[in-house]
Design a protein around this ligand. Structure first.
Ligand SMILES: [Zn+2]
Length: 230
């Protein structure tokens, strides 16, 4: 892609991605981090890392996670503070799935200030719920090879059958409408105050995520590199 041929500038700030499941947030966050050669930070990955290397934090979090409970804010925030203090974050970093609440956002603002960072640059992935429903409930995966299809956006040649190996295509329980709809509602409810919080600061940048991945990516790169807006 042409974007990769451009000389890499420095990010020198925190970029936060806000977006519902199915918005392509994770993919875009990873691509941006890769481009600027800064860490892509997800609290889920961080937690798993701490548990795997049995750090004091990991040992505290492990039983909580094993019970299937939510790790308390105090632990998550400590982990985030420790993580962005590492040298690889010196030229910025990309957050994916954090902050989730206004309280976390306020704490992050303090942390950033303490470390001499500017206020975060927030990418808000905007996409109609009806499109998300199709993206999520239309997902099917091959029982043999695990290939992912979408009955609306990327259907197999033959209904219910994998193009590659003829495996049966199944819908994961998590992708069923009864599960997806409440999950999207819960996300919306939880994130609305956060969106408002960042919008008030002028830190929020709406990106139409209902387009091809490459088009969304181009707009994000242009926004972050200051080629557009501001
Ligand atoms: Zn297959």
């Amino acid at each position: 892609m042409a974007l990769e041929e451009r000389p890499v500038g420095k990010l020198d700030r925190a970029v936060i991605f806000l977006g519902p499941p199915g918005s392509g947030k994770g993919t875009q966050a990873k691509e941006l981090a890769r481009y600027y050669a800064v860490p892509h930070l997800s609290t889920g990955d961080m937690l798993r890392e701490h548990v795997a290397s049995a750090t004091p934090l990991g040992c505290k979090a492990k039983p909580i996670m094993e019970r299937g409970e939510l790790v308390p804010d105090s632990l998550v925030l400590k982990m985030v503070a420790e993580r962005i203090d590492r040298p690889d974050c010196f030229h910025g970093f990309v957050f994916d799935g954090f902050p989730r609440t206004v309280a976390q956002a306020k704490y992050l603002a303090e942390l950033l200030k303490r470390q001499g960072f500017r206020q975060p640059f927030v990418i808000h992935m905007v996409i109609p719920t009806s499109v998300l429903m199709k993206r999520l409930t239309g997902r099917r995966s091959c029982k043999i090879g695990g290939e992912i299809y979408n009955i609306y956006e990327r259907p197999p040649k033959l209904d219910g059958v994998c193009d590659n190996d003829g495996g049966e295509l199944i819908q994961r329980p998590d992708d069923r409408e009864e599960v997806v709809a409440p999950r999207l509602n819960a996300y919306e409810k939880q994130t609305a105050p956060l969106v408002q919080f960042y919008r008030r600061f002028g830190a929020l940048h709406d990106v139409n995520a209902n387009r091809k991945v490459e088009d969304v990516q181009r707009e994000i790169f242009e926004l972050v590199s200051g080629m557009r807006g501001r």
